[in-house]
Design a protein around this ligand. Structure first.
Ligand SMILES: C[S@@+](CC[C@H](N)C(=O)[O-])C[C@H]1O[C@@H](n2cnc3c(N)ncnc32)[C@H](O)[C@@H]1O
Length: 225
């Protein structure tokens, strides 16, 4: 099977909707994204940075609000943000430019492909996955990003002692995350099974939405052994 065929066959965790771009987002994608973008041909995302520093990856950063906040608060880290939603990428790169941050790079592709093909083994300090789409209907569970394949990419790219931090406001998905992560003998749960929200995670847009609906928030932390 060729790459193109494999690309089309895999069940994806997102549906590409042609989001409406504001004029500012369109300009940001044209003018700012080239400075931050990780090209699909790059075989190690670390080479997109000028300096070497411990690497944190945020998968599905949405509008990038949390990522920009974390990158400003953690100048000692390099961040790779992965997101397929163009308006969100536009907002993030505009914000990075406003804040003058140079410790973030952005891959506008399917995170499973980026983790599988552009991230070297044992090269990542942390992976952060906040409020991924819960796909609540049973027939859509196969679309959830947290699957055995995703977790095996995570276990491969995390360095020993590296952390996987996940958060969700959908309790059945929280239980699903525990079940899938626990199938990996490389990851150790640091909670019981949940943890208090670590200080590095700000409230995200989708978290606010969940709280507004009366949902409880679940944070999970795993260490790569
Ligand atoms: C529910 S939103 C959460 C956004 C943000 N983390 C927050 O908490 O506000 C999930 C995001 O993940 C992105 N996403 C889903 N699957 C993805 C994938 N395989 N690769 C990259 N981004 C993905 C979606 O485009 C969407 O923006």
């Amino acid at each position: 099977m060729g790459d193109e065929e494999r690309f089309q066959r895999r069940v994806r965790s997102f549906v590409r909707r042609p989001g409406r771009l504001t004029e500012a987002q369109r300009r940001a994608l044209q003018e700012d994204l080239p400075r931050y973008a990780i090209q699909p041909a790059l075989d190690d995302v670390r080479s997109a940075f000028v300096r070497s520093a411990p690497l944190v990856i945020e998968v599905g950063f949405g509008n990038g609000e949390a990522l920009a906040w974390m990158a400003a608060r953690e100048p000692e880290h390099n961040f790779v943000g992965i997101e397929v939603h163009e308006p969100g990428v536009g907002r993030l790169v505009r914000r990075l430019d406003e804040l003058g941050l140079d410790n973030v790079r952005v891959a506008m592709r399917d995170a499973v492909e980026v983790l599988g093909g552009q991230v070297a083994a044992a090269s990542v300090a942390q992976i952060r996955l906040y409020f991924p789409d819960p796909w609540p209907k049973k027939r859509h569970h196969k679309r959830r990003i947290v699957q055995l394949e995703f977790i095996s990419h995570v276990a491969r790219v995390l360095q020993p002692g590296g952390l996987l931090h996940m958060a969700t406001d959908w309790e059945p998905y929280a239980r699903w995350m525990v079940e899938v992560a626990e199938a990996s003998t490389d990851l150790v749960n640091l909670g019981q099974p949940f943890v208090e929200c670590p200080a590095w995670r700000p409230q995200t847009r989708f978290e606010r939405r969940g709280l507004g609906r009366g949902h409880q928030i679940f944070d999970l932390l795993y260490r790569r052994c």
